[in-house]
Design a protein around this ligand. Structure first.
Ligand SMILES: NC(=O)c1ccc[n+]([C@@H]2O[C@H](COP(=O)([O-])OP(=O)(O)OC[C@H]3O[C@@H](n4cnc5c(N)ncnc54)[C@H](OP(=O)(O)O)[C@@H]3O)[C@@H](O)[C@H]2O)c1
Length: 334
């Protein structure tokens, strides 16, 4: 079937943490792939907590408006450039470039895409959110066995994989979330203790049930949750800041409190930030590991069942996640 002459994509028209305000759908001509590129028809796009950081321009030193939104996508190759030999029309791939997700079609360098047997929402979730969890725990968290590992945002896109990986490594795993339904999901994924921090007093639970503290904290939420986590870190404990979604819509919140080194020094604890994109050379190893584990059925991928379809559904999908409504990875279908 001939390709359409135009397609639609979501761009940021202005810089804003309010994704709805920043985003606009535009229709543009269908591109022809350069000799080293492929043209991909996106079938699935991953929704990420950081979409609102991207729309606010946080990821760019000098953002030029308008710019394309979205990150990872899974789709089908519909045209290949003259020099591309490794891929052909009909192949399925995952793409990870900034701006490649929230659009019906995209061109991408053939050397930068990940061939997969069949594009699916689950595979897309494993490849990026699973990759994040694997790299965060192993590289920054220096994950071991026989420790107590606490994961915040545990029922979300990245957190669900962190729970499974930490459990499979032989740890006692605590997952934190905001509803009983998501806490039940965490138990199914392998959490030894699932805490609904909206219903239970997180600090009281950790003090009563984990008097020796938490060895490894995988922190995604920030704010008071971060403070409570740090107050309950074990001696020689490690905390990895992978995100702080509670401040993504507001921007940085100022607080007056003792400096964090008071906690770090007296507990010989470590606090570390981690962005997987700063560890590019280790991505293939972790991506390969996660895709194989998914293929072998040892890692499962939970995709949120709410259907978001088409470019016009993306803003709703981002807001749905930021309202804390998702269980598992939020995916938009095209
Ligand atoms: N460092 C990296 O390289 C990297 C890469 C990808 C993602 N991340 C981080 O991983 C975290 C999860 O990202 P994701 O894309 O997978 O999202 P997600 O976990 O699928 O969804 C976000 C979850 O955060 C919680 N939440 C949402 N808004 C909140 C708020 N205002 N206050 C407190 N909690 C809120 C909700 O979980 P509950 O209802 O269960 O609390 C929600 O389900 C984010 O912090 C993100 O920045 C980091």
């Amino acid at each position: 079937m001939p390709l359409p002459t135009t397609y639609r994509k979501l761009v940021a028209r202005k810089l804003s943490r309010n994704f709805r305000d920043a985003a606009e759908i535009i229709e543009v001509p269908m591109p022809t792939p350069a000799p080293n590129e492929i043209l991909v028809k996106n079938l699935f796009a991953g929704v990420n907590a950081s979409d609102v950081n991207i729309s606010a321009g946080v990821y760019f030193t000098n953002p030029t408006l308008p710019f394309d939104l979205g990150v990872e996508a899974a789709g089908e190759v519909v045209a290949v450039g003259a020099e591309v030999t490794a891929l052909k029309v009909g192949d399925h791939v995952i793409t990870t470039g900034l701006g490649g997700g929230y659009r019906e079609y995209q061109t991408a360098p053939a050397s930068l895409v990940i061939p997969v047997p069949q594009a699916s929402a689950e595979l897309l979730a494993v490849s990026i959110s699973g990759l994040t969890a694997s790299m965060t725990l192993e590289i920054a968290g220096e994950m071991k066995s026989g420790e107590t590992v606490l994961i915040t945002g545990a029922a979300g896109g990245a957190g669900q994989f962190a729970v499974q990986l930490a459990k499979q490594a032989g740890n006692h795993v605590i997952g934190i979330t905001s509803t009983d339904a998501k806490a039940a999901l965490l138990k199914r994924l392998g959490c030894d203790r699932a805490i609904n921090y909206k219903r239970e007093d997180l600090n009281a639970v950790l003090q009563a049930e984990y008097p020796n503290g938490i060895d490894l904290i995988y922190e995604n939420i920030g704010g008071e949750v971060f403070d409570i986590c740090m107050a309950n870190i074990a001696k020689r404990g490690r905390c990895v800041v992978s995100g702080f979604i509670s401040e993504y819509l507001t921007g940085a919140v100022s607080v007056t409190a003792p400096r964090i080194y008071h906690t770090l020094l007296w507990k010989s604890a470590t606090l570390r930030g981690f962005l997987f994109s700063d560890y590019v050379s280790q991505i293939p190893e972790h991506m390969g590991k996660m895709l194989s584990a998914f293929g072998a059925g040892t890692i499962q991928a939970v995709v949120d069942p709410t259907e978001f379809r088409g470019v016009e559904s993306i803003v709703n999908a981002v807001e749905y996640m930021h309202a804390g409504k998702n269980a598992g990875k939020v995916v938009v279908r095209f």
